[in-house]
Design a protein around this ligand. Structure first.
Ligand code: NCD
Length: 310
C-alpha cells in the first residue's frame, strides 16, 4: 500500500495512482467489513489512536461519516462543534485551541469557514500530526471529492462527460472534484450555471482536460454520463441573487432526457435542485454516495497512518 501522506489538504496532492489505490483499498475494506469477524478485526487496527473533530461549520454527513469511520477503526474521538463551549469564548485564538488539542490526539479532522486557515495550522503543528481538511471555506473539500471520485470509479471512470450544475462559484466540492477528474484520461467537464454563479478561473486555469462553460443545462443534459448537482451556497453571502431551479434542476420533466446509464450525484444537502421523486430513479446515486463517504474515509485514515490490512 502507498502511504499517501500524513495530511489530506487538497486535491492537487493526489496522483491518479494514489486515487485508484484508495478506491481499491476502500473496496477491500468494505469486503472485510461485510462479516462480523471482519468488522471486529477492523476495530483493532487503530485502537491505540485518538482523533478530534473540530467543526466550525455546520455538517451532517462529513462529521458523522468521519466519526463513524473512526469508530470502525477503533479510534476514540472527541469533538468541538460549538466553540461557545470551548476557551475560544474566553479569547483564546483558534491556533492556540488547535495547539492545545494536538497535545491529546493523533489526528485532527477540521472543517473551517476560512479557505486559508487549514494552511496556517500546517506550519504550526508537528509533521507527524495527521490533519484532514473536512472543508475549508468556499475553496476545497478534498474528502468529498475523494468519495465522489470513488462513486464515479465504481461506474467506470474513463471517457466520461461530467456536468457540474448549480452554485459553482461557492461550491467547494465542485472545485475539489474537478481537480481530481482532471487527472483522468478523456474526461470532459461541463460547468453549467448562470454566469453569476460560474466556477472561478483559478480552477479552469488548472484543467488539462477538455471543458465547457455554459448556461444551457437542457442542451447538455442528454449527453452527460455524470450529472453533479449542488445547492445554492447562500451562507457565504456575496450576492443576494438566487439560481432559477426551474432551469437548473432534475425532476420528472427532464429526467427522461438523460442517458439510461448516466448517474446523478449530489454532495448533499439538497434543496429543490433534485426533486424527491427522482430518488427512486435508478440513476440517482447520491444516497450511495453518502455511504461511500464513510468507507473511503476509513481507507483514507488507514492509509494516513500507514497501516496495512491482512
Ligand atoms: C457540502 C459542503 O459542506 O461543502 N456538503 C457535504 O460536505 N456533504 C456541500 C454543501 O454543503 O452544499
Amino acid at each position: 500500500m502507498i502511504i499517501i501522506n500524513t495530511r489530506c489538504i487538497n486535491s492537487q496532492q493526489y496522483s491518479l495512482e494514489n486515487l485508484l489505490n484508495l478506491c481499491k483499498l476502500t473496496d477491500n475494506i468494505r469486503n472485510i467489513a461485510s462479516t462480523s469477524k471482519g468488522l471486529k478485526y477492523l476495530k483493532t487496527i487503530l485502537s491505540d489512536k485518538r482523533a478530534i473533530l473540530y467543526f466550525k461549520q455546520a455538517s451532517t454527513r462529513t462529521f458523522l461519516s468521519f466519526q463513524n469511520a473512526c469508530y470502525i477503526l477503533g479510534i476514540s474521538t472527541s469533538e468541538i462543534r460549538d466553540t461557545s463551549t470551548s476557551s475560544e469564548i474566553k479569547g483564546e485564538t483558534e491556533l492556540d485551541a488547535i495547539k492545545t488539542f494536538s497535545q491529546y490526539v493523533d489526528l485532527i479532522i477540521m472543517r473551517h469557514p476560512s479557505s486559508e486557515f487549514i494552511y496556517e495550522i500546517l506550519d504550526n503543528l508537528p509533521n507527524d500530526m495527521r490533519i484532514i481538511n473536512a472543508g475549508s471555506g468556499t475553496n476545497e473539500h478534498p474528502t468529498q471529492a475523494l468519495l465522489d471520485f470513488y462513486t464515479i470509479w465504481k461506474y467506470g471512470l474513463e471517457n466520461k462527460k461530467v456536468a457540474f450544475v448549480g452554485d459553482l462559484l461557492r461550491g467547494r466540492t465542485v472545485r475539489s472534484l474537478s481537480l481530481l477528474l482532471n487527472k483522468v484520461n478523456e474526461t470532459k467537464l461541463y460547468f453549467v450555471s448562470p454566469d453569476k454563479f460560474q466556477i472561478k478561473d483559478d480552477i479552469l486555469k488548472q484543467l488539462n482536460v477538455e471543458y465547457e462553460v455554459t448556461e444551457d443545462f437542457e442542451k447538455v443534459l442528454p449527453d452527460m454520463d455524470v450529472v453533479y448537482m449542488v445547492r445554492l451556497q447562500d451562507e457565504y453571502g456575496g450576492t443576494n441573487e438566487i439560481i432559477d431551479t426551474t432551469k437548473y434542476s432534475i425532476n420528472n420533466s427532464n429526467i427522461n432526457k438523460m442517458k439510461d446509464d448516466a448517474i446523478i450525484l449530489h454532495p448533499l444537502p439538497r434543496r429543490n435542485e433534485i426533486s424527491v421523486e427522482i430518488d427512486k430513479d435508478k440513476r440517482a446515486k447520491y444516497w450511495q454516495q453518502c455511504e461511500n463517504g464513510m468507507w473511503i474515509r476509513v481507507a483514507l485514515i488507514m492509509d494516513m497512518f500507514g497501516v496495512e490490512i491482512i
